[in-house]
Design a protein around this ligand. Structure first.
Ligand code: PPE
Length: 311
């Protein structure tokens, strides 16, 4: 992660080191924030944000589910994001919009606290390493189950909910793996700590559906569409843990992780221990879409208009 110069904070660009909050920020105590992870890539048309509108829509939905009214329009947030990237002079970056309950009355009732909005950007390489993206990562089924709809809202991207992923991430890291895979409350495969998961068997692709309490990943949707366009069958269905061990190929998708293959699960090689052909083909096309090399998916890119300096 490489620090940038400016962070957008409640309507203003402030120096990176000045983007601070009060210790009584509600979200620090109770996890009352929602966020997005977005990426922008250098493309032939200039810097472009991948599926920006979808990320903004999901941010609004997440905020709504936690009764937070965002004091800006979607278009204002889109423009602010463009400006933040341009003013930091970045050609490609990770983008982290955050909407949170700020400093106000303490106690669980959040509705009298202000809703603060920030947008940070920074250069971020491969989340699970270049080596992992090329050759696959080693993953472990976590002892922690994914949060269920009985107690939280798995489809919301809320900060407090990430304690679940944090526990699974620590566990897998301490055990020497690159990623943890969480099962849902029923014991079916759900997702990685920050990625959705796909299993390939006999030429067919399957991925857990919304009934498995997944976060509805935007890259998940992109991968499904790309795989179908390549002629593969993709089923959204329950996946038993045992299917992970029988799979020919497994890969994960996420904004940070992009499309990363899994080469080993619970110390057993996936297929022959190298990313398989279907993973490779979907990954190649996905990379083309991200980097603006595919006309077919050109509408997924929001090209950053760099404002002209004032004369
Ligand atoms: N599940 C979870 C739990 C998740 O956090 C992510 C994104 C996904 C699935 C994939 O969603 P999408 O990015 O829309 O395809 N995880 C974000 C946060 C990672 C982090 O370390 O922070 C991300 O990839 O930006």
């Amino acid at each position: 992660m490489k620090q940038a110069d400016l962070i957008w904070m409640n309507g203003e660009l402030v120096p990176w080191e000045d983007a601070k909050v009060h210790v009584l920020t509600h979200a620090l105590h109770y996890g009352t924030g929602v966020f997005e992870g977005v990426r922008a890539y250098e493309t032939p048309k200039g810097t472009a944000i991948f599926r920006h509108a979808d990320h903004i829509d999901r941010l609004w939905k997440s905020a709504e589910m936690y009764c937070m009214e965002i004091p800006y329009s979607k278009e204002e947030i889109r423009q602010a994001t463009h400006e933040t990237i341009a003013r930091n002079g970045l050609r490609s970056c990770y983008i982290r919009p955050l909407v949170f309950r700020g400093a106000g009355p303490m106690g669980l009732f959040p509705l009298d606290c202000p809703v603060d909005v920030t947008i940070a950007v920074w250069e971020w390489g491969s989340y699970l390493g270049d080596e992992g993206k090329a050759n696959g990562v080693r993953a472990k089924v976590s002892s922690w189950r994914r949060i269920s709809s009985e107690s939280l809202i798995p489809s919301a991207k809320a900060t407090g909910q990430y304690l679940n992923s944090v526990l699974a991430k620590i566990e897998s890291h301490k055990a020497g793996y690159e990623e943890g895979i969480l099962l849902d409350q029923r014991g079916f495969v759900c997702e990685g700590t920050g990625e959705n998961l796909f299993v390939v068997k006999g030429g067919r692709i399957a991925t857990p559906g919304y009934t498995s309490d997944i976060l509805g990943g935007i890259n998940r949707l992109a991968a499904i569409e790309i795989a179908r366009d390549l002629g593969y069958e993709v089923a959204e269905r329950d996946i038993a843990r045992g299917e992970l061990y029988l799979a020919d190929e497994i890969f994960m998708t996420g904004t940070a992780a992009e499309l990363t293959p899994i080469r080993e699960i619970d110390d057993m090689p996936v297929g022959d221990g190298r990313p398989g052909e279907i993973t490779r083909r979907v990954q190649a096309e996905f990379e083309n879409a991200l980097h603006g090399r595919s006309e077919r998916y050109a509408s997924w890119l929001d090209v950053v208009q760099v404002p002209q300096p004032a004369t």
